[in-house]
Design a binder for this molecule. Structure first.
Ligand SMILES: CC(C)(COP(=O)(O)OP(=O)(O)OC[C@H]1O[C@@H](n2cnc3c(N)ncnc32)[C@H](O)[C@@H]1OP(=O)(O)O)[C@@H](O)C(=O)NCCC(=O)NCCS
Length: 213
């Protein structure tokens, strides 16, 4: 596998003091809702452990993860942005982080597999993506799309129809295609699995330049 994963159970997090830098602590204090605080902390705990392993850090506080104004998180090490590709997701009691030393671009997403109404699927997915209507398929498709928008760094500020995953292959249209081309049109792979029982998980990763389209 060309990326490393860390899964954290949010019911057993260590105290924030041992893992947050001063800047992170200041941001953490602005978060009001307990669920959001726990998820934010859990994602950082997962990512900081991976970053420490990948970069040989001895203290989790040496790796800082702070949001850019776009919402995309930035990893800082030694006071400078670190180019290590990474992504964070959280869902229903779990946080997952991924890092890759071999890919420049990475996005992950975790969602609980459950029934969702047809109107949601039709609003969120382009008809070409809907090759099945089952709960596991739609949840997997959702994770693929969110992994892709995290890889692009846009989140869902894009129209969800403009970022498609058809039979496991990404397709970009309109403003999403502009973003994809702007980052160098990397060849992107999407992997989906049931990382945690009852959930779907996807990772989208890519490297190099495929020449645009
Ligand atoms: C990135 C996005 C897709 C988050 O998805 P989500 O399922 O709500 O949340 P996840 O737990 O999977 O991911 C959240 C993490 O994504 C990362 N993230 C946020 N914005 C990001 C961006 N622009 N690029 C890359 N990563 C981003 C952050 O690390 C965030 O965790 P943190 O704030 O604790 O650091 C978000 O942009 C978004 O648009 N959320 C809206 C959710 C939504 O409407 N879903 C559609 C269902 S119908």
């Amino acid at each position: 596998m060309s990326y490393q994963l860390k899964v954290v159970d949010l019911s057993g997090l260590p105290p924030a003091d041992g893992m947050l830098s001063q800047r992170e602590r200041a941001f953490f204090e602005t978060l009001r809702f307990p669920k959001r605080r726990t998820e934010w902390l859990g994602g950082r705990f997962a990512l900081k452990q991976l970053a420490a392993e990948a970069l040989g850090l001895t203290d989790l506080r040496q790796a800082e993860v702070l949001p850019h104004e776009s919402g995309k998180p930035v990893l800082w090490v030694g006071g400078a942005p670190c180019p290590l590709a990474f992504s964070i997701t959280h869902s229903r009691g779990y946080a997952v982080a991924a890092v890759s030393k071999t890919n420049r671009f990475l996005g992950i997403d975790l969602e609980k597999t459950e029934h969702r109404i047809e109107a949601w699927a039709n609003g969120f997915f382009h008809p070409s993506e809907l090759t099945d209507g089952g709960d596991a398929f739609l949840t997997a498709l959702w994770t693929q799309k969110e992994a892709l928008v995290k890889l692009l760094g846009t989140g869902l500020s894009l129209n969800s129809y403009d970022v498609r995953c058809v039979n496991g292959r990404p397709q970009f249209f309109g403003p999403a295609l502009d973003v994809y081309n702007a980052i160098g049109a990397p060849e992107i792979s999407v992997q989906t699995c049931g990382l945690i029982s009852g959930f779907m998980f996807s990772a989208a990763y890519g490297n190099g330049v495929s020449g645009g389209r």
